[in-house]
Design a protein around this ligand. Structure first.
Ligand code: ZN
Length: 265
């Protein structure tokens, strides 16, 4: 599941393939992306913000990608596997010998001129993988009042980068019940959660390998609770519970013993 750290790693992987190079061939299912006009243009920057990745072509514009739940990047030496009809969106760019391919992103768009990209940034909150002010993030979260903390942590317009896996892990590590009203949490507690999220994202950026996300650095499972429904809690042995948010179709894993409901935290 792509979260802030995986997008950051994707950009690191993409730079040697595209950055500073001229596009020689391009294919996409999205008519809005002017692939034919990208030929011979140089990729001037590959940047990320929260879960967005931008491939920039100077002042000409930029491709904006959000992988969502199912999207992924991959690379090919030969022609990209690009059947004539596909139920999902695709983008493939070749600079030199390698193709950069993106399959099934949630958002694949073209921002021209750069003003549009700035609008997107305005909608997106502080990026936890960049310089950010966790006090401000904590204050903004606290104003969400009755919204459960499990939902508040995913609000990308406040803190960009936290996804479903980190959400469950942070709540467990900070011993907070996922349904606690965000407004009932102290600023110190909220700040501690934000700082922990930023630290975990940073730690995971260092590792280049895909799917190596980890929030535990000792022996045993890589994750404390996420994906461990019905398994014993690593702290207390109680059974991990999986709770599904029907509206969002997202799971939250937590330990009912370590993360008890409290009136105020
Ligand atoms: Zn426990």
């Amino acid at each position: 599941m792509p979260e802030g750290d995986s997008i950051h790693r994707a950009a690191t992987r993409m730079r040697p393939v595209l950055l500073g190079k001229k596009i020689e061939e391009g294919l996409t299912t999205k008519a809005i992306i002017p692939v034919s006009r990208l030929i011979d243009r140089e990729v001037t920057e590959i940047d990320t913000h929260g879960k967005y990745l931008f491939i920039r072509f100077g002042t000409f514009g930029s491709i904006r990608i959000h992988l969502g739940m199912d999207g992924r990047y991959f690379y090919r030496r030969l022609a990209p596997p690009f059947p004539p009809t596909q139920p999902v969106h695709l983008l493939a760019l070749r600079a030199g010998k390698a193709w950069m391919c993106c399959r099934a992103p949630k958002i694949l768009d073209w921002d021209a001129p750069l003003v549009r990209e700035q609008e997107v940034r305005g909608l997106s909150g502080q990026d936890l993988l960049k310089e950010h002010d966790s006090n401000v993030i904590a204050q903004e979260m606290q104003r969400l009042g009755d919204l459960p903390i499990a939902s508040a942590l995913l609000r990308q317009n406040i803190a960009a980068g936290i996804g479903n896996v980190y959400k469950s892990e942070i709540l467990f590590l900070e011993r907070v019940h996922p349904e606690t009203a965000t407004g009932d949490l102290s600023l110190e507690k909220l700040k501690a959660m934000v700082d922990r999220a930023a630290w975990l994202l940073q730690r995971n950026v260092v590792s280049y390998t895909r799917d190596r996300r980890t929030t535990r650095f000792g022996m045993g499972p890589k994750l404390s609770v996420y994906g461990r429904g019905d398994e014993p809690c690593l702290k207390c042995g109680a059974r991990i519970v999986r709770m599904v948010d029907r509206e969002m179709a997202r799971s939250t894993y937590f330990c009912p013993s370590c993360q008890k409901r409290r009136a105020s935290v």
